[in-house]
Design a protein around this ligand. Structure first.
Ligand code: HEM
Ligand code: HEM
Length: 546
């Protein structure tokens, strides 16, 4: 051991194994420095911000289980004699795709479990996307500068639904074949191009022998690739634009306060991943999904009762069941309005409105400023009411998608239930709009009252004159800040004197903006929230660049 000048022994510090490992890695993979700012990024802490991650982790599970399924699944439609262990179907001629799905389910170790995890993960992923989208919508997190990320999100939604439909069609069982037959009806209903399009997609007359292998390529290559690229872009934008946050003391439009990405947020997020995987495994182990052996192989001349698509396509099915069937002859072509309107036009309009919504709202409100604070839904009553109306419409269509099952459960005739649902689908959204707007205004009224008079203490005092008075205490400062964080109303002013058409457009904008903004109960002392910043313990603060 070396000695110091004074003769004392010097003990050298030997770097520990982990430190050595980091240095070794950093020399060869110099990403640690550039990852530094990312690792310190603040991620606001709120349960509703976990919904996007729920979608992300279901997607990760789908990728993993999907790869396992590709090891055994065969996408061919050529006929084979089924010889596997599922006795009731032994000796039956089925397609190679169907036989391999039975093989995965009954003869591959863990195959049925993985297939069920895959299917459950698909159902959960679409539900998580829906909930995440609603969170973004109701909090106004799509406003500037996140409009493009909303557009990418809507694309993710569309791609996932298509991916789910392609997967559902792969096993070539009676249910998936019926789904394909229904899709054929949609395609054929497209005027002029429908027949050519169907011939092109199915490679000839339905069902042909090409569709499963084509959908297989789409399902395991094209769509997952597109999804993966879009998810990465989506997340990159979340990081670059920084996350929105709920207003609070120290949390303003100019900063973002939250857990640092590493280690706190990473640990929390890894926990969520483990929970998602665990719950999906549990579901797959105890709850049967898509028992294709019970449905039997697809035969074009058969269909079973109670056949349903996966839940996320139920609203299109519902729209078809509610619209009466009628046709028109136009220029020598027959236009079959059902399914053309509910299954082709309606989804196009639905996604068109979704894509356009941030720009539509911006056009109406003329709000060009950057918004990084989440709106409380009550503070944007018209937006919240529009969302509630859309949800009611969607929910009723979904219910209509299973109207035969509901009719059996409630013991009413399918015809009567269809008529009731037709009326509800028209009136329900209007009622939901009206009710939600009233509830938002009532909640604003209550907030205003709290700000003016404070919270009730529950004590009643009698003055010397004999009058009774309720006791009140001021709203706590933190809550006061949250209540006052809403944006001040700025309706578009009426048009200035200009050309007739320009003036008409301006007037329309002014009317719409007044309609959008009118619903704000004034609060006392409504001034923009202060920008005083504090840094709560264990939290990271990132400043937003203007
Ligand atoms: C968002 C992503 C995905 C969704 C929503 C999805 C959805 C589905 C659904 C609903 C099924 C029918 C399952 C069943 O038979 O019950 C399926 C089957 C299948 N998926 Fe996916 N999937 C996705 C990604 C993937 C990926 C990335 C792969 C492969 C790399 C894959 C490979 C397969 C295979 C091979 C089957 C047929 C196996 C079978 O049905 O037994 N999937 N998928
Ligand atoms: C595969 C589907 C999707 C995945 C994996 C995904 C993932 C995420 C994640 C992890 C976040 C950050 C955490 C959070 O706010 O929840 C996020 C934020 C965001 N997502 Fe998605 N998302 C998906 C679909 C969508 C859809 C359908 C939309 C809207 C139509 C959307 C719009 C947004 C927006 C605007 C943000 C930023 C929100 C903010 O800063 O507050 N995403 N997404």
């Amino acid at each position: 051991m070396p000695l110091s000048r004074s003769g004392a022994r010097i003990k050298r510090r030997t770097p520990d194994a982990a430190g050595n490992g980091v240095v070794f890695l950093d020399r060869r993979l110099p990403l640690v420095d550039s990852a530094g700012p990312l690792l310190r990024k603040a991620f606001p802490d709120h349960w509703s911000f976990l919904l996007g991650e729920l979608a992300l982790y279901s997607f990760a599970v789908l990728l993993l289980t999907g790869v396992y399924l590709t090891l055994f699944f065969q996408p061919g439609m050529d006929e084979v004699l089924y010889e596997g262990s599922y006795v009731p179907l032994r000796g039956v001629r089925v397609s190679a795709a169907y036989a391999s799905t039975l093989h995965v389910s009954f003869d591959v170790r863990g195959g049925l479990l993985v297939r069920q995890v895959h299917h459950w993960a698909a159902l959960v992923m679409v539900a998580a996307i829906g909930a995440h989208m609603l969170r973004v919508f109701f909090t106004g997190a799509f406003r500037r500068p996140r409009e493009v990320n909303w557009v990418i999100g809507t694309t993710l939604f569309l791609l996932t639904v298509l991916e789910g439909f392609a997967g559902y069609s792969l096993p070539d069982d009676l249910l998936s074949g019926t789904g394909l037959r229904t899709a054929l009806g949609f395609i054929l209903s497209v005027p002029v191009a429908g027949t050519y399009l169907s011939m092109f997609l199915f490679g000839g007359e339905f069902p042909g022998d090409a569709i499963v292998s084509r959908l297989y390529a789409v399902h395991i290559l094209l769509l997952p690739g597109a999804l993966l690229a879009a998810v990465l872009l989506h997340l990159q934008l979340v990081v670059r634009l920084k996350h929105t946050q709920w207003a609070g003391a120290g949390r303003t439009n100019r900063n973002v306060v939250g857990k640092p990405m590493f280690p706190q947020f990473t640990a929390q997020s890894a926990g969520l991943l483990a929970m998602v995987a665990g719950v999906l495994l549990l579901l797959a182990a105890v709850a049967q999904v898509n028992p294709v052996w019970a449905y039997g192989p697809y035969r074009p001349d058969q269909v079973s009762t109670g056949a349903q698509p996966d839940w996320y396509l139920g609203f299109i099915e519902g729209a078809m069941r509610l619209l009466p069937g009628f046709e028109t002859r136009l220029w020598g072509h027959t236009v079959s309005w059902n399914p053309f309107l509910p299954a082709v036009v309606f989804p196009l309009v639905f996604f068109g409105v979704l894509y356009a919504y941030p720009f539509l709202e911006r056009w109406i409100t003329r709000d060009r400023s950057e918004q990084h604070l989440c709106d409380r839904p009550r503070d944007a009553p018209v937006r919240t009411a529009v969302g509630a109306a859309a949800l009611t419409f969607y929910g009723l269509l979904l219910l209509a998608g299973g109207q035969d099952v509901v009719a059996r459960l409630l013991d009413v005739s399918v015809d009567r239930l269809t008529w009731i649902l037709r009326v509800l689908v028209l009136l329900g959204p209007l009622a939901a709009f009206w009710l939600t707007r009233r509830v938002c205004l009532a909640l604003q009224e209550r907030d205003g009252e709290r700000l003016r008079e404070g919270d009730e203490t529950g004590e009643v005092r009698q003055s010397v004159e004999g009058a009774y008075r309720e006791g009140h205490r001021p709203v706590p400062a933190e809550e006061r800040f949250v209540l006052l964080a809403r944006r001040p109303v700025r309706p578009v002013p009426p048009p200035a004197e200009r050309g007739a058409s320009a003036q008409q457009r301006e007037r329309l904008k002014a009317v719409l903006s007044d309609w959008y903004y009118r619903d704000q109960v004034p609060y006392p002392d409504e001034s923009p929230p202060g920008t005083g910043e504090s840094r709560p313990e264990g939290q990271e603060v990132s400043r937003r660049t203007p």
